[in-house]
Design a protein around this ligand. Sequence first.
Ligand code: IVH
Length: 402
Amino acid sequence: MNKEEAKIKIRKLSEEIEKHNYNYYVLSNPVISDYDFDLLLDELIDLEKQFPDLIKPDSPTQRVGGEITKEFKQVTHKYPMLSLSNTYSEEEVRDFEKRVKKNIGQKVEYVCELKYDGVAICLIYENGLLTQAITRGDGVQGDDVIANVKTIRSIPLKLHGDFPDEFEIRGEIYYPHDGFNKLNDDRIEIGEDPFANPRNAASGTLKMQDSAEVAKRPLDCILYYLLGDKLPNKTHYNNLQDAKKWGFEISKNIAICKNPEEIFEFINDWNEGRKKLPFDIDGVVIKVNSIAEQEKLGSTAKSPRWAIAYKYKAERVVTKLLSIDYQVGRTGAITPVANLKPILLAGTIVKRASLHNADIIAQLDVRISDMVYVEKGGEIIPKIIGVDISKRPETAVKVKFI
Ligand code: IVH
């Protein structure tokens, strides 16, 4: 094959592979087997080996990583990455709705979304190509972690359709439960400390220096917010629907709500529904749908006035600590795990909980036979967060770390 032929073949293969990535990761509708997919990828890798100067930064082969970043480049955000103000009660949501209505002076439409519990990321696209992937940092400046982000297969390296030539899209990088459990099992096995929750795992992974290692981990990303001067629509909702057409994974669990009652219905439905999701959420985000109205409402120094987060309360129960097991990894690192009197927590019977490490055991002053508070927050592994000293039996035994 000569170079001209190789160029055409490389382009065809790249497009085909990315189409399969989109079918698989965004539409959850694969049309070829993993085996056939790997054959296509191998063919492309081979061709790029023969013609290295034809490798493009948006080639699907770049997703296997290999780039080592010693120090991430610090980048100033074009639009600061604000946070959301948090609420925990219906009343606060009603107050928010009243404030918005007063300011806008007419009926307002809202979009309700899930609040993903991961790591915020800002993706920059220029002429349809992913050029930067910046972490939140302090909100003003963040790190460009593009080499690592390119390994996430649901993030398009190149867009299709009718996209603006310059825009940013923000979302959350998260670690799905299955992958997280496996990662922690493997870490315990080789004597490394397990991650406390999927959010920490996502954030730790994103900061790794070797992108080939990142490529081995099943990070995923959901996009929920577009910014730019030439966005195609007047509403947040329609912009997200267009983003899906360009190749992004956006939330399937999203609703347009016209009044507080519809907002509460969404919140209550997902308080149950979240237990079945394959990833963590810690609440619901309520956003004003019209971009003109968002601009009219503006932002404070910390957060926009057009959006609010409703956070689910962590569910907590009290039960008896029966004993502690010490799991020993292959290299000898020890992870303490509490055995509890079985109790119903957030829909499942809990028998075991994380006790982190010796320091935390000492800090909590936990004793065998104590009544302990067990909490399940966003994360899947329940943890012991305190002791009800008033119920401590005289026979309670101080823990001696193995
Ligand atoms: S919108 C200015 N939508 O929550 C508001 N944020 O506390 C732009 N988050 O930094 C963010 N799910 O990391 C938005 N559906 C969602 C979200 C979401 C999770 C995170 C995000 C943000 C933090 C704010």
